[in-house]
Design a protein around this ligand. Sequence first.
Ligand code: 0X9
Ligand code: ZN
Length: 431
Amino acid sequence: LVAVLFVSAETSFEGHVVIRMQIIDKKAFETFFKIFPHDSLDVWSNDGAITMNGIMDIRFTPEQYKKFLTVKDLFSSNEAKFEVLHYNLQNLLDMEAKQIEAAQAEFDKKLAAVQTAEQKSSLYLSDEYFKSYHKLEQLIAFENELIKAYPNMISKEVIGKSFQGRDLYVYRVHAPGSFNPSKPALFVDSLMHAREWITPPVVQWSIRELLTKYGSDQKITDLLNKANLYALTAVNPDGYVHTSSNRMWRKNMRSDSSGLHGVDLNRNFKAGFGGSGSSGDKRSETYRGTAALSEPESKAISNFLNGHKDIKGGIDFHSYSELILRPWGKSSSASPNEQIFSQVGAEMQAGIRSVHGKSYSNIRASQLYVASGIFTDELYESHGFQKVAHTIELRPGRFGGGGFILPPSQIIPTCQENVPVMLTGLKYVSQ
Ligand code: 0X9
Ligand code: ZN
């Protein structure tokens, strides 16, 4: 009975169909848009909206898929075409769950075999931790182990609480000794969107890299001598907890008298708030909320950054598509800092490529699609960061079809190739 109850609490994606499509023909677009106003679909492919010309990966519920079949004939030319990526999304999710269960069991087995606090700490600090995705408590446990192992290089503070009341932790990483707040600093964050599971390990790996290689790696030593790092590894802890029963959840857990709807935190910032590429409809995946910074998570970040004049740049980790994005997101024009943002992006791109040969595209956020109230623009416009104000979209690539599902075997390579991104950020804030 317990098992049955547990299963029934899960959101199933049985019969959900993921379709890749491209609509160039105006009539087909109009028909499609009429039956699927963009608020009603989950557009995976980053832009979060239905657009003409672009290649879109979209998740259809079984009901939506039935509707799509009635207009399918419109999609049979080069001007309007589609391809099914997943006939049943639940199959992909079941496969992921199986992989993670096995990887997690391995880690749990090793954790259970541990005898002493030192052994536990070295297990957490080893690569074993990065062979699986972990629940929120274990993300925090990992971070606490770092603090225990390197008390003179990392500490944490609570900068606010999530909608459901969870603490939002920022980790301060610095050269050994007492924290010197007069050094310039870089801010990084992950897990703004709940389903983007690859983002926290990427930031955690880089933190571990700084801690363990200070003193032996010249580049890291020099950088940390000049600059500090602040890391918020779980912007949206509530949403992340929710993804263990609803894998495709993106927004925070804002609810009202009509129930849970959630706000897209990456549409809730001040810069361009309310503009295009965000929705006023609560049901939308890109619902912007009732006002700029209406959400406790975005408000906490904003207060924190306002209170830290030492912070000179920020990097926001998302998935997927393998991109390096820079302002603007809210408008297709180039920002006054286009040249330097693009140069910093190019250096990140080269660094990524040097590790496993992956080519992340270095583009303006709006080249993906115009979106408003996003954090990249906030870093630049509201906080005045002049060189580093980037969003990284991690693996997988845009056309692999996996979307937010990245096999655990790819966690470590993704983490490794993003160390140079963090180092580039540190370099530019310290110049
Ligand atoms: O839509 C977003 O918030 C980001 N993509 S994600 O798939 N991680 O949700 C991209 C934001 C980048 N900005 C623009 N496209 N303007
Ligand atoms: Zn995201």
